[in-house]
Design a protein around this ligand. Structure first.
Ligand code: CP
Length: 316
């Protein structure tokens, strides 16, 4: 694998899942694979799980790791081509990216959607410049439209906890005080579509995700109906795609509570974290016995380690 930016970068998802479980059983099995190789993680935005799990994954494979918070110590980057750089951005991404690539063997990059211009966000302007100009393999640490390391960890978690071959998995929109990107739900949909799970998305009017991600996935407007007999509830907020970046609702009746969980098949509760308690989910659900949020975050280590192992195999 020469990059990891979406599920389609994996040549075989079943094999990747097998490798993830192999690494979970024995995290140090390939501890010399990354000897004398360096992973450089570039963050344009904050992170807890991605930052720590990806570092740990690289360390487990014997790599050196450099973490670069580009907005706290780096030059402010110009990302537009053809501009006269007479403003407050002294360095262009066109030089910065290949220079960063000179100091490492794999680059990870996190850059969120701006939520102002849909075309800009959905063209993955920043990520694409890393892919095009880094000169080394690039791993998405969440970009404008996808979060593949999260979705892979979500899939590992569902595979680990499912009690039937074809579980019912529901992605539910839930309210949030701020406008959030669609990267996590887009990506979750993209990965679920690679499975044969019974998969349903439930969201209010105005919150349908991009048709390019949704394809023929069923949207159920009635959240209670969607939750009926579900085995996994995956909660997430996202801002509107059609009225791009806008908050159209903060309806608390969509907050995941015991009321909705009662109609499920003792469903497991999932969320990528960080989560706003009593906005997205009530304390009783997230603290309850069916909550998998910590296990899910734990699996971020193995999604990252799998992706890095597959890239290192190509670099040998
Ligand atoms: N879920 C996730 O990516 O968490 P962080 O933003 O803390 O990395």
């Amino acid at each position: 694998m020469n990059k990891f930016t979406c599920v389609n970068d994996l040549s075989n998802l079943d094999d990747a899942l097998k490798l993830a479980f192999e690494l979970k059983k024995d995290p140090y099995k390939y501890q010399t694979l990354g000897k004398n190789k360096t992973m450089l993680l570039v963050f344009f935005n904050s992170s807890l799980r991605t930052r720590l799990s990806t570092q740990k994954a690289a360390l487990n494979l014997g790599m050196n790791v450099i973490v670069f918070d580009i907005n706290a110590g780096g030059w402010k980057l110009e990302t537009e081509m053809g501009v006269i750089m007479d403003g407050n951005k002294p360095e262009h991404i066109r030089e910065a990216v290949p220079v960063i690539g000179k100091y490492c063997d794999i680059i990870g990059v996190r850059s969120f959607a701006g939520l102002k211009n849909r075309e800009d966000d959905y063209s993955e302007k920043i990520l694409q410049q890393f892919v095009d100009y880094a000169g080394v393999p690039v791993v998405s640490l969440e970009n404008a439209t996808r979060h593949p390391l999260q979705s892979f960890a979500d899939l590992i978690t569902i595979e680990e906890y499912k009690t039937k071959k074809r579980p019912k998995v529901v992605l539910s929109w839930a309210p949030h005080p701020k406008a959030l990107p669609q990267a996590v739900p887009n990506s979750f949909v993209e990965w679920m579509r690679k499975t044969d799970y019974d998969f349903v998305v439930t969201n209010p009017e105005g919150y349908d995700l991009s048709p390019s991600f949704m394809g023929d996935v069923k949207i159920e407007r009635d959240q209670m109906k969607a939750f009926k007999n579900a085995d996994f509830i995956y909660a997430k907020n996202w801002a509107s795609y059609s009225e791009y970046g806008k908050i159209l609702s903060q309806d608390k009746s969509w907050t995941i509570s015991d009321r909705q969980m009662a109609v499920t098949n003792h469903a497991k509760f999932m969320h990528c974290l960080p989560v706003r308690r009593n906005m997205i989910v009530t304390d009783s659900v997230i603290d309850g016995p069916d909550s998998l949020v910590i296990q899910e975050a734990g699996n971020r280590l193995f999604s990252a380690q799998t992706a890095l192992k597959l890239i290192l195999d190509q670099l040998k």
